[in-house]
Design a protein around this ligand. Structure first.
Ligand SMILES: NC(=O)c1ccc[n+]([C@@H]2O[C@H](COP(=O)([O-])OP(=O)(O)OC[C@H]3O[C@@H](n4cnc5c(N)ncnc54)[C@H](OP(=O)(O)O)[C@@H]3O)[C@@H](O)[C@H]2O)c1
Length: 320
């Protein structure tokens, strides 16, 4: 049982990388998908090295407790990644985003408790750290900082609201039920995508390369490679000394820094010109992921993250 773990959202962009690295390390993985009959959710996982003997797929719905319990039974650890993360227009925030994120997290933790799981790693986000307009502008954001819930409600920022409330619900559950929970808060995750579908952060990069001049000042505080995010999850799972939240990004930067780097590396694309200082009040910092570097993680720099991501988009025929 020690090396049996569950990855919710195993079919997703980050989930697939995590399943891949866990299988490589000899773990048996229960990966969850939303539809076992959809090859776009299953085939790339079944093709991973080690999958034929050590991967089991489970169909879950985050709002159906029993489906989750079946997936986590027999596992020593759970990595909870499944959560709505979309660039599509949201019509019913409660139903489409907030309920699956918050109630889904509570259901996963309840099932973990019932199944006797020893440690749960929750994939939160820098979106539960930022936007936080009341944080002092001369202090770099840290794990002490929380997204401003009222600000998100006023502005209709449903994704950061969902991640913040889901993470808070996880900490409440852990305290009330004495469950061992640890959290990873990734920045904007990019790189080569194993799953056939692009996730929201890769779609954001694709749109940027196609000339779309959105700014994302409410969201962006740094980038991180898929492989590093997956490794971060394994590090905090395996190191019993890892506690609390872990910001997971190569550096705290402005969205403008990121856009300027993409434009410098790929002048052949129509990358829009936007000001460097897109996020007044956000202090740049080189060591935003310090808790993880202290655990041994060496983050890929922004340049490598962008190059790996763009070359992947090209290889998939999404950029010429
Ligand atoms: N991408 C980023 O930059 C970023 C940054 C910080 C944190 N995160 C967090 O990382 C996690 C994974 O994100 P990702 O980028 O890998 O996105 P993704 O590719 O869209 O993966 C999301 C996963 O969640 C599953 N899921 C969504 N709603 C579900 C529901 N109601 N019931 C069951 N499963 C459901 C999806 O299943 P299907 O495949 O069946 O749709 C998919 O496996 C999320 O918690 C996200 O908030 C992402």
């Amino acid at each position: 049982m020690e090396k049996v773990v569950c990855v919710t959202g195993g079919s997703g962009a980050i989930g697939s990388w995590l399943v891949h690295l866990l299988l490589d390390r000899g773990y048996t993985v229960h990966a969850t998908v939303q539809n076992l009959n959809d090859e776009a959710e299953t085939k790339h996982l079944q093709a991973l090295h080690g999958a034929s003997t050590r991967l089991r797929l489970f169909q879950i719905d985050l709002l159906l407790y029993d489906t989750i319990l079946s997936a986590v039974r027999g596992c020593a650890g759970v990595f909870h990644l499944a959560s709505p993360c979309t660039v599509d227009k949201i019509h019913d925030p409660q139903k489409e985003v907030l309920d699956p994120a918050i109630k889904g997290t509570q259901n996963v933790l309840m099932a973990a408790k019932e199944a006797g799981v020893r440690r749960v790693v929750i994939t939160s986000s820098i979106s539960s750290i930022h936007p936080s307009p009341n944080w002092p502008g001369d202090v770099a954001k840290t794990e002490e900082c929380w997204t401003d819930i009222e600000y998100c409600k006023q502005k209709g920022l449903w994704y950061p609201l969902s991640k913040t409330l889901a993470e808070k619900a996880a900490w409440d559950f852990a305290k009330e039920n004495d469950l061992d929970v640890v959290v990873v808060n990734p920045g904007t995750v990019m790189g080569p995508v194993i799953s056939p579908r692009l996730n929201a952060s890769m779609i954001m990069l694709l749109r940027l390369l196609q000339g779309c001049a959105e700014t994302y000042e409410d969201f962006f505080i740094g980038s991180v490679h898929f492989k590093d995010v997956a490794l971060a999850h394994i590090l905090v799972y395996e190191n019993k000394s890892a506690t609390g939240r872990h910001m997971c990004l190569e550096a705290i930067s402005h969205y403008g820094d990121f856009v300027a780097k993409v434009a410098e590396l790929y002048p052949e694309y129509n990358v829009p010109k936007i000001p460097r200082d897109t996020q007044p009040g956000l202090l740049r910092a080189k060591d935003g992921g310090k808790k993880l570097t202290d655990l041994g993680l060496r983050f890929f720099p922004m340049e490598k993250i962008i190059k790996d991501a763009v070359e992947d988009l090209k290889s998939k025929g999404l950029l010429s």
